[in-house]
Design a protein around this ligand. Sequence first.
Ligand code: FAD
Length: 405
Amino acid sequence: MQVAVIGAGAAGCFCAVEIRRRLPYAQVTVFEAGPKALAKVALTGGGRCNLTNTFQDIKELEDAYPRGASVVKNAFKALSPEQTFQWWDNAGVPLTVQPDGCVFPESQDAMQIVRTLERLMRSSGVQLVCGHKVTRIHQDLQLEIDGLDEPFQADAVLLAAGGLKEDALRSLLPSSVAVTPTVPSLFTFKVPDSGLKALMGTVIPDARLELAGSGLSARGILLVTDWGLSGPATLKLSSYAAHVLAQSAYKGQVAVNWLDADPAQVREWTLEASSRQGRRQLSGYRPQGLSDRLWEHILKRAGADRSCKWAEIDKAQRARLEQALTNDLYPIDGRARFKEEFVTCGGVSLDAINPRTLESKTVPGLFFSGEVLDIDAITGGFNLQAAWSTGYMAAVGISGKLSHM
Ligand SMILES: Cc1cc2nc3c(=O)[nH]c(=O)nc-3n(C[C@H](O)[C@H](O)[C@H](O)COP(=O)(O)OP(=O)(O)OC[C@H]3O[C@@H](n4cnc5c(N)ncnc54)[C@H](O)[C@@H]3O)c2cc1C
């Protein structure tokens, strides 16, 4: 019985180990196009591997997984984040939780994850074949592979090839498998604004960003860089708006709410400032949480005279100040990468698979897991968690199918 896994990444290696656990008599071969397995995992989390999350700050799964939350929900029934924690602990990798819910190996070393998966693949008898790219999957599960004279005939195939582009996926897969357009996610915004650039290095702990006209918004820490906006709030918005921004060629407007406050709250604050702090200059009294430098910038954006007293500002000036605090508009002119970290959104359409097994609806025996599916997440360990859980779910599906053969 032959199982072929395409791609020795997080999802493929995890799945291969789990198939052999269930079907020790099946021959499991992992084909990897690159020179070695798990190359990307070695780079994750800046070399520390943020391999999952406690989900403590996630109210709805859609907040972490803008695409694919319903399938991820099923996958968590097969392997939940808590069970993933246990899985790694059983494999000899104790984990540690950061205050923000991100989970890392205690060793803070992504190579421990790589070495553990490699060891488990070896000890369970998984065959790893590196430097061989699978170029075509046929309807009957025959694979064409670079560097092999003969096609490889499998009884089941897992496609875990990561974030391939739409064209590459279409040329690899039988035409009956639907593929959705692929675009990058998790990027920062280039903002050509000299005033903002002067704030480089400023960290705003609680901000809200909205892509103007889209209704899409994200809150969290905001970082001003020399090219524009970065930090968790920006990355989250880039994920929520990945398709919209791709369609507009990464041009648009972002509205910054520097306090993540409702306009009514801010109005109350400005009224109170005028009545209780009326003798102070605008520059001398600012909302809590804003640095001096940022407040001066906001006053400029509002066209306010910094030496004017709070008691002296008129209605129009008050409205401009409130606007600059809660709806400060900047142009977006392109995207930039975040520490080389990115994921692909789009891929194998979730309509093309059985959401309970991850098997293709049109190619029996062909399964999918990881980023190759139209599933992607915000930063924080959620993408790797999806790779582990969908890899596990596909292993259950493949084992169930082959055990009836
Ligand atoms: C720099 C960086 C840092 C990241 N950090 C984190 C993090 O800390 N936490 C987190 O949750 N997520 C992180 N991510 C995202 C996460 O790494 C991915 O979502 C995850 O690795 C996807 O796993 P995968 O197995 O689906 O794909 P991959 O890990 O991309 O593996 C796919 C494999 O398939 C191979 N392949 C492709 N096509 C073929 C073919 N035709 N034939 C044979 N082999 C093929 C590729 O060479 C690759 O090795 C990070 C991403 C990057 C780029």
